[in-house]
Structures are given as C-alpha cells and as structure tokens.
Design a protein around this ligand. Structure first.
Ligand SMILES: Cc1cc2nc3c(=O)[nH]c(=O)nc-3n(C[C@H](O)[C@H](O)[C@H](O)COP(=O)(O)OP(=O)(O)OC[C@H]3O[C@@H](n4cnc5c(N)ncnc54)[C@H](O)[C@@H]3O)c2cc1C
Length: 371
C-alpha cells in the first residue's frame, strides 16, 4: 500500500468493514495481528521503526501448531514451522517474519517511525518522522510498552509504570557449560532479593541434540535501581530503554559475577558467568500497564501496547496471540469498523486487566523486599 492509497485488488469483503489496516510495530504482536487480519481479507501495512527488532534472551512458550493457527495454513505450507515448547524470541520472530514475507496482502515497511496517529469519520492515519501521512481504514498499535498509539487511545493514562526492578537476561551455549546433568525443565531459584528463572533451549538450528543446546536465564534484581536511574534507563516512573551490553558498567558485570557465584547452583551459575564474560547480557527494567481502554473509533492497541504484565506472569506472548485473534474475529463478525474495534475491546479488556493485575502482587513484594 502506498501513502494515502488503497490496494487495487483484494478478496471479497464486507464493504462496511475495514479493507485496509496500518499496524504500528512489527514485533511479535504486530506480526501475529497482520497474519490474522489478512485472513479476513484486510490488506495490512506494517510500519516498523527499526530494521533490527531483536530482543536477546527472552524465551517464550510456543503452543503446538501456533503458525498453523495464525495463518490458517496446513503445516506443509507454513514457510518456517516452529516446534512447540520453549523457544527463543528470535526463533518465534523468524517464523512469523517468514509467514509475513510469503503473504501477498501484507507489506512490511522498515525504518519507519510513527510519531502520531489520528482519525476522522472516514479513515485513520499515521504520521511518520519523515512527515509522511499514511492512511487506512483502521490503525492498530502494536508498538510495545512505550506505545505512541496508546496516547491516542488513553491520553489521560499513556505511560506504563516502572515496577521497581530489572531483569538481566542472557543465553549460553552448551559447549561453554561443563555439566553432567542437563536440566529438563524451567528452574526457579534464588533468595528473597534475587529470583532466577532458568530454561533449557534448543540450539540455534532448533536441535535438542546433546552438544548443541543452550541455557537461557532471566535474573530478577531489585537492588540496582540507582544504576537504572543514573543511566537514564528509568526516568521518574517511566522506563525509557533497556541497558544494552555495552551500556552496563564493568563494575556491575563484576558485581553480578560475584553474586552469581554465591547465589546460584550449576549449571545456571556457569551460564550466567559465560554470558557476563562475553558481555552478552541485557538489563530490561520492568514496566506494568493496566489498560482502561483498548480502542477509540478506528484505532486500537494490541500486545504490550495494550497491556504490560511483569514477565513473571509468562503470559505476555500468549495474550498478544489472543489479541490478534480477537481483533480479526471482531472484524469478521461486526458490521462496521468502529463496532468491530469496540467489540474487540469488550472481548479482551477484562482478560488484559486481569493479566497485568495478576503479576502486580509479585512486583510489589519483590520491589519492596530490596528497597
Ligand atoms: C525481559 C522480558 C522477558 C519476557 N519474557 C516473557 C515470557 O517469558 N513469556 C511471555 O509470554 N512473554 C514474555 N515477555 C513479553 C513478550 O515478549 C511480549 O508480550 C510479546 O513479545 C509482545 O510484544 P509486542 O510485540 O507487543 O511489543 P514489542 O516486542 O515491544 O514490539 C514493539 C515493536 O514496535 C516497534 N515500535 C515502537 N514504537 C514504534 C513507533 N513509534 N513507530 C514504529 N515502530 C515502533 C518496536 O521497534 C518494536 O519492534 C517478556 C518481555 C520482556 C521485556
């Protein structure tokens, strides 16, 4: 789709429901929503600010048949199948991107940052940092926890709130960890002030063969809020950015290594030390957002733009899938565009709020313990 233009060919479609959609953000929620909307015949343009949306380390639980469920394709036609179980963010992102690239009614525009969205009675639009105005029937914000689109939906409550702790994340190759007993399950470890989530992962090629596997780890730490504030990673109650490997001070790496040796058993200790040695650690300050609204006229939000739970819930990805399915179902079933997005909000708002609130008890007590 070109700026201010409509596609020339499209499948048979209810004329009162949307025929074109802009999705702001082409990470997991945006990609899944593009795929489900395309199944209703809606032509989708994804606008993504970065050409490298990778989030190192986060691991996600993938349901059996996820790609088939989202695309409606039989397994034999899914461009890049995805095995069920715990998978890296990169594996999930790669499989969804392959499905997007094979879909003729989805266009992905990278290096396109949306500054603002707007709407009138006939259309909705996104204004980019290049001052381009791109128009469609609806705009969906899938632009994550610092969502720009959320400002249009809930101007009175636009920001997610810092939950009071950071998660250090890394992945280590099996070859770097000498251990005789390879963990089979997710492990929860630590003391009152430090919680570690460890997870066995397949190798980069998807293989579970001994020798090529990996261990992922996520270390919840509420003792370094001073560092988060001095680096500008957290400002007031708002999370601004993650601490990337090069932005983590050497002194912090040394402290984390010393703590890991003391606090955590093998093989998780070795996995953390290996990641620290390679400077392959990302610190993500955790934010939370309980939504009051998910739609306003021709504009709606999905994924972390709509609801930001602590990763301790382990549900952000699954809820993003339910958003993607609910918005497509609402468009198939509803008469008009605005009815469709209101019906999407009705279908999802309670679950979205419950999800975030279910993690707030953990966040409050974890942040308080080390305060
Ligand atoms: C540290 C961490 C660990 C997690 N662990 C788990 C877990 O174990 N289980 C689980 O289910 N979930 C987990 N999650 C949550 C899960 O990753 C997300 O819920 C899920 O990936 C959906 O994210 P999203 O696509 O909505 O947002 P994001 O991944 O934040 O993507 C937003 C996208 O929008 C783009 N964007 C932002 N602003 C603009 C703009 N103005 N213009 C254009 N593009 C823009 C960004 O570049 C990005 O690509 C974790 C999250 C974090 C941070």
């Amino acid at each position: 789709m070109r700026a201010d233009s409509r596609p020339t060919t499209r499948p048979a479609h209810n004329p009162s429901s949307p025929a074109t959609a802009l999705i702001v953000g082409a990470s997991l929620a945006g990609l899944m929503t593009a795929l489900t909307l395309s199944r209703t015949g809606v032509h989708v343009t994804l606008l993504e600010r970065s050409d490298e949306t990778g989030r190192t380390g986060a691991a996600l639980h993938v349901q059996d048949g996820l790609l088939e469920r989202i695309t409606g394709l039989p397994t034999s036609q899914v461009p890049q199948p995805l095995a069920p179980g715990i998978q890296t963010w990169f594996a999930v992102h790669g499989a969804l991107r392959a499905a997007i690239e094979a879909n003729p009614i989805i266009e992905l525009r990278q290096n396109t940052t949306v500054r603002k969205v707007g709407q009138d009675a006939h259309s909705a639009w996104a204004l980019t940092s290049e001052r381009q105005r791109i128009t469609a029937d609806i705009v969906i914000g899938a632009d994550g926890h610092r969502s720009t689109v959320r400002r249009h939906i809930a101007p009175e409550h636009p920001d997610a709130t810092f939950a009071g702790y950071v998660i250090w994340i890394g992945i280590a190759d099996e070859s770097a960890i000498r251990t005789r007993r390879w963990p089979q399950d997710v492990a929860f470890l630590g003391d009152n002030d430090n919680t570690l989530l460890g997870y066995p992962l397949p190798g980069a090629n998807g293989s579970h063969a001994p020798g090529s596997r990996r261990l992922g780890w996520a270390w919840y730490d509420s003792s370094r809020n001073g560092l988060l504030r001095s680096t500008g990673s957290v400002n007031g109650s708002v999370v601004r950015h993650s601490l990337m490997p090069a932005g983590i001070p050497n002194a912090t790496y040394r402290e984390l290594a010393a703590q890991a040796r003391e606090l955590f058993p093998s093989p998780w200790k070795e996995a953390i030390l290996d990641s620290i040695e390679r400077r392959a650690v990302i610190g993500t300050p955790i934010a939370e957002y309980v939504p009051a609204r998910l739609a306003n006229g021709r504009v709606a939000i999905v994924g972390d733009a709509a609801h930001v739970p602590t990763p301790m819930t382990g549900s952000g990805f699954a809820e993003s899938l339910y958003d993607a399915e609910a918005i497509a179902n609402a468009i198939s079933d509803s008469g008009t565009t605005t009815n469709a997005l209101l019906n999407y909000e009705s279908a999802r708002i309670r679950s979205a709020r419950n999800l975030v609130q279910s993690g707030q008890g953990f966040s409050r007590s974890f942040a308080r313990r080390a305060a």
